[in-house]
Design a protein around this ligand. Structure first.
Ligand code: GLN
Ligand code: ZN
Length: 764
């Protein structure tokens, strides 16, 4: 028998119950017990429905109220000093670590967040030092295993492995300069031993231990640590399914196949070619191989016939008992179910599979591979074959005008007319910005009123004209606010945007949208990624009307605001039938037209956000150059069609640029704003080291938390920046858009920001 498994399930609830409950708890509207109850219901529903779809190995312990890495930190007592002794409950300390906390007596910033590998999920980065004292504060894996067991469901618990946990951690501020988190492995292992042996005592037969760092180049140097850790853990643990995802093991398979674990999971969605090599390496062992054939990262129906072929290859070498069919990764990155989509056409619906449908796919594939003659299985297999054939027929049609335009892109289209120094002079004549110019990243608070007006408009309760009047009034407010606060380069506030990617997707050809396809981005923040289904083009201007209006109501310069091609691509579910490069270039051409139209409409500064450029980077270094070439070219294609007088801006959040800096330079944006408030300015050294000469706005405060940065704190940050960069390069801005913030903290924060900039003008 070939078993089936799901590596993790969305933890947001079918109707975003978890978001609603967590936010209600933060607002003091429900108690901790009520929150726990909502979470318990969501978990129970997920376990039961995965089981009902016929899956053998059902995950538990992967649920989280904020982030699974943060869950491990809280459990392991990895609680930075600033959160200790605040007289908060354990739950409130947990949330304070995730999002900061500012009340009458407490004022602590959030921990740093980072992108989870190449996904748009963010995890909270653990902070370690020589002084870290690991201990098991609680055992969430056991608790949730028992919770499921009480509901009659035997699960395979999921934990993040010790090596990945340490590799994803950073050195705390007070750590010694040469401190390496991985050096704490010998101290962390006893905690894992306790965690895993408790799981075994609780009755878990298997445990899924995630070691996604095994698909990174850096894992090659950790073979000794892996061997030491797992040789120790297997002595007390349930059977370990060592789990890798998002990429290929490559040469790491040499030591991984020698680890004494009971099973190995590989991602065959991202890296199908590794199958043969992995199976060969496992032959002489007794390990089970888990084949990640159903994508945990996209929403396309699995080609079951193709997956079966992969399964057969493994079975021929290892036998049925040693093969498991699985999702490629956790399904955390996919929406819960297609069943709640009422607006997709029948044709479109037939192309997709969301988490629950994927659970069914793994079960069907496993059943076929086990030789099942069950009528339901046969029918499902046949139906899948028909759906795949229909989608292939659709894919064979294309928009020839778009394809031709991409084919005729010339090198000149990728370059601005003059070098930066010439452009800067031309731009300054139009913009007239002071030293330390202040600006924001684009969005202003998306208030209840804005969301309500949009909802009414979508439902047809507001006419186009009424809605547009409403948006104009919002723009008026935001512009007036910025003038009063004293900002220099204004924005229109993005009130018309439901989301920075969805908004564009809705106006472009080639996308479809879900009604309920939410995916967690971080904490209680979920996004609803659009789906690219065919060639992309721009039938009409998308933002010109709003930016031109905003410019018409102020004498100060207005910054146009677009989302870049690479970010739209990375934050959508892309097509699987053509390359990401082709999709990115199509998007770039559409945006190029928009940028040119904005300039024609009298806008002199345009920001094209590319926060996702880093996260889209392939996980293996050998694949970087290819990606960076087309990603940077796409940005340039979008932004280089204008005259020298136009100041181009770009914005990046959470970007570790050290290793790709030449590509950031090659973007040649006149100004870039970056997240710097939480990453301790380390990025700025890189700018300096490379002699970066265009302008930079390193975020002076963290907008991911409601905390108001006191003015002296912003001044300190500016001082720290000025110690590294010349004053002429610096823009003063928050580290990201303000859409998730309330007006109260936004006003207080920006007042402090502007006065800190004034202080800098007087002192530098
Ligand atoms: N312009 C966008 C905003 O302000 C940028 C958001 C982002 O980078 N994530 O909302
Ligand atoms: Zn940002």
């Amino acid at each position: 028998m070939v078993a089936s498994s799901v590596l993790g399930f969305p933890r947001i609830g079918g109707n975003r119950e978890v978001k609603k409950a967590v936010e209600a708890y933060w607002a003091g509207k429900i108690s901790a017990d009520e929150l726990t109850k909502v979470a318990a219901d969501v978990k129970k529903t997920s376990w039961a429905s995965v089981k009902a779809h016929g899956v053998d190995y059902i995950p538990s312990g992967d649920f989280s109220l904020y982030d699974h890495v943060l869950d491990h930190s809280a459990a392991f007592n990895v609680i930075p000093k600033r959160y200790v002794g605040l007289e908060l409950s354990a739950l409130d300390v947990y949330f304070a670590m995730g999002r900061g906390r500012q009340t009458e007596n407490v004022d602590v910033p959030a921990s740093e967040m980072k992108k989870w590998f190449d996904s748009n999920y963010h995890f909270v980065v653990p902070e370690l030092s020589e002084e870290t004292e690991f201990k098991l504060n609680f055992n969430k894996a056991v608790e949730e295993f028992n919770e499921a067991k009480a509901a009659g469901i035997l699960t395979r618990p999921v934990v993040l492995g010790p090596i990945s946990y340490l590799v994803l951690s950073k050195a705390a501020k007070d750590a010694k300069p040469d401190f390496q988190p991985i050096s704490l492995l010998p101290r962390l292992i006893p905690v894992y031993k306790q965690l895993l042996s408790d799981l075994k005592s609780a009755g878990a037969e298997w445990v899924q231990v995630d070691e996604p760092v095994l698909v990174l180049d850096s894992a090659a140097a950790l073979d000794k640590q892996f061997t030491a850790a797992y040789s120790d853990l297997v002595t007390i643990a349930p059977k370990i399914m060592l789990t890798t995802y998002f990429g290929r093991l490559d040469s790491n398979i040499a030591f991984v196949s020698k680890l004494p674990v009971a099973g190995l999971h590989i991602d065959l969605d991202r890296a199908p070619a590794q199958l043969v090599e992995v199976v060969e390496a496992l032959k002489p062992t007794e390990m089970v191989v888990s084949l990640g054939v159903v994508s945990g990262r996209n929403i396309w129906k699995t080609d079951i016939a193709a997956a079966i072929k992969l399964g057969q290859t493994a079975i021929e070498a290892l036998g049925q008992e040693r093969v498991v069919v699985a999702t490629s990764s956790s399904l955390l990155h996919t929406p819960v179910t297609l069943a709640s989509e009422k607006k997709l056409t029948a044709e479109q619906k037939d192309w997709f599979a969301f988490a629950l449908e994927k659970a069914e796919e793994v079960a069907v594939i496993a059943a076929v591979l086990s030789g099942s003659q069950d009528a339901k299985v046969t029918a499902a297999l046949e139906k899948n074959g028909q759906s795949i054939a229909k989608r292939r027929r659709f894919e064979s049609t294309s928009d020839d005008a778009v394809r031709k335009r991409v084919a005729s892109i010339t090198p000149e289209m990728l370059h601005r007319k003059s070098p930066f120094a010439t452009r800067q002079e031309a731009q300054q004549k139009h913009l007239n910005l002071p030293k330390f110019p202040t600006t924001t990243i684009g969005s202003f608070p998306q208030t209840k009123e804005i969301r309500a007006a949009r909802a009414k408009f979508t439902k047809g309760q507001l006419t186009q004209e009424e809605y547009e009047d409403f948006i104009k009034k919002e723009i008026d407010l935001v512009v007036k606010f910025q003038e009063e606060v004293g900002l220099d380069l204004l924005v229109h506030g993005e009130p018309e945007r439901n989301d920075m990617v969805q908004y564009f997707g809705e106006l472009l050809e080639g996308f479809v949208f879900t009604q309920n396809g939410w995916v967690q981005s971080y904490g209680s923040r979920y996004v609803r990624p659009p789906i690219i289904v065919s060639d992309v083009s721009r039938p009409v201007p998308m933002t010109v009307k709003w930016s031109a209006y905003a410019q018409s109501v102020t004498g100060k310069p207005m910054k146009g605001m677009l989302t870049g091609p690479v970010t739209i691509l990375n934050w959508s579910f892309p097509r699987a039938d053509v390359t990401r490069e082709l999709q990115s270039k199509q998007l770039a051409l559409a945006l190029r037209d928009e940028v040119i139209d904005l300039e024609k409409a009298g806008i002199h500064a345009i920001q094209v956000d590319e926060p996702a450029i880093r996260e889209g980077l392939p996980l293996r270094r050998v694949d970087w150059d290819g990606y960076l070439k087309w990603a940077v070219d796409s940005f340039k294609l979008a932004t280089a069609g204008v005259s020298d007088t136009l100041q181009t801006h770009s914005h990046f959040c959470y970007s570790d640029f050290d290793d790709i800096f030449p590509s950031i330079q090659r973007l040649d944006a006149d100004v870039i704003s970056i997240e710097a408030s939480k990453s301790d300015m380390k990025l700025l050294h890189t700018f300096k080291q490379y002699g970066y000469s265009n302008q930079i706005g390193p975020g002076v405060y963290d907008i991911h938390s409601p905390r108001v940065p006191p003015r002296p704190e912003i001044e300190e940050r500016l001082k720290a920046m000025l110690a590294i960069l010349p004053s002429s390069l610096i823009f003063v801005n928050p580290d990201c858009g303000l859409k998730t913030r309330g007006w109260k903290e936004t006003e207080a924060s920006l007042v402090n920001l502007v006065s800190a900039a004034k202080w800098a003008r007087e002192n530098y």
